[in-house]
Every structure is written in C-alpha cells, then in structure tokens.
Design a protein around this ligand. Structure first.
Ligand code: DC
Length: 227
C-alpha cells in the first residue's frame, strides 16, 4: 500500500490523542504524539531546576536531553535516556512547561527533526500543534480539531481524575485558556489551522463520530489522489 500521513492539530483537550490512537489501530499505522516530546523536555528541565521559560538555560541544556521513542504494541513510549517517562509527563505542571519550551526555536528544531525522521518512508498519524503547517506539510490528510473551552476543560479534568490526579475544574479551565494563548501567539510555528486542513468541531461529537469523520476524509482524499 502507498504511504500516506495524517496530520492532526488543535488546542489542548480537543481530543487529538484519543482519536489519533484509535485511528492508528484501525488503519494499522504508527501514531506519533509530538506533545509527549515537548513534555519530556519540560520534565527534564523541571527535574534539573531549569525554568522552562528561560530560553538561554533551556537551549544550553538541550544537547544533554536524550529523548528516545519506542513503539510497544503500536503505542508510543517515550524515554529520557533509559527511563520510561510515558506516564510521568501527564501532569498539568509538565503540560504548561511543555507549552513554555515550545516557544523556544532550538527546542522546536530538535524535536521537529525527530518527528520527520519517524515519519520517513512510512504511514503515520501524528498529532500536535504545527504538524499540518510545518512538520508534515505534505501530509495527505490534515485535520484541525477544535472544541469549546468549556468542553475541553471538562475533558482534561476527567483525564486528570482518571489518572488519579486531583484537579479543580476552574483551575483547569484557566490553564487551558492560558495555554491556548501561549501556543497560538508564539513566534515560531504557532498553533493554527493549515490552509488545506479540514476543521472538525468536536464539542458535541463523541469519539466514534470524530474517528469516522476523519477516516471518511482520509478515504475521500485517497480516492481523489488516484483520479
Ligand atoms: O498535546 P499536548 O497537550 O501534550 O502538548 C503539550 C504542549 O507542547 C502544548 O501546549 C504545546 C507544545 N507542543 C508544541 O508546541 N508543538 C507540538 N507539535 C506539540 C506540542
């Protein structure tokens, strides 16, 4: 089968990783979660007492950050050196730190290189903030997932709770608004819909509906490409 890639972008809590995982399984293609890479950089900085907003310090430590991605049963695991940090990066603190380090050009350049390497010569579904606009500009299918702030806050709150993390809905809402602002207004590859992306508002959709909408789009695009 010919290779094709699916790029999924959108703000925090829009449902990207949930649907991307399901689609990767259904289509038998690799799922690459790029947010996890920014989170791993943030976790390393936090552990080493480096402010995630300190561009000079983060850039200086960057060569020491050894990120490794492994696939286990089709799912992405992320390592710092030999330590599996897949579960440890899922806190609000690390999420905000990831948004901070995402402002730094040197961080973006390092991670985008890893991301493009993972997509080389194979079909992938990759989610993030700049996939359709920068990382995989040639992706066959580009989706921009969106949802209202209220709905996204509720989803993130539920996720944190189910991971056993105590959270406050108001606080989660504030963090989502702050993170949107950070991700959309940054200088380098901000979050925005690619001109050729299809926007899907998931506020009133369940996961199955979003998955089938994306798969339909993919099939349409493949048919168009064969014409
Ligand atoms: O998708 P996520 O919530 O795990 O991402 C965490 C942060 O990482 C996000 O707020 C901004 C940053 N990020 C980025 O700048 N570019 C990407 N492609 C993915 C994530």
């Amino acid at each position: 089968m010919e290779n094709f890639s699916i790029a999924i972008d959108g703000p925090a809590g829009s449902g990207k990783s949930t649907v991307a995982k399901i689609i990767s399984e259904k289509l038998g293609i690799i799922y690459v979660d790029t947010g996890a890479m920014y989170r791993a950089v943030a976790l390393f900085c936090i552990r080493n007492g480096i402010e995630t907003t300190d561009e000079v310090a983060v850039t200086a430590i960057l060569p020491k950050i050894k990120i490794r991605i492994a696939l286990e049963n089709g799912l992405q695991k992320i390592f710092l050196e030999d330590e599996d940090v897949t579960g440890k990066i899922r806190t609000q603190e690390v999420g905000q730190g990831a948004s901070d380090v995402g402002l730094i050009l040197a961080v973006r350049e390092k991670l985008v290189e890893i991301q493009r390497e993972l997509a080389k010569g194979t079909s992938v579904i990759m989610d993030g903030r700049d996939i359709g606009t920068n990382v995989l500009t040639n992706a066959r299918v580009k989706i921009y997932l969106n949802a209202s702030v209220e709905e996204r806050a509720k989803r993130r709150f539920g996720e944190l709770e189910s991971n056993g993390i105590n959270a406050d809905l108001d606080e989660v809402r504030k963090q989502i608004i702050f993170r949107d602002e950070n991700d959309m207004s940054r200088e380098h590859n901000p979050l925005k819909k690619a001109d050729d992306a299809i926007e899907v508002d998931t506020t009133n959709m369940d996961i199955d509906e979003v998955v089938s909408e994306i798969i339909k789009t993919k099939e349409k695009k493949l048919l168009e490409a064969r014409k």
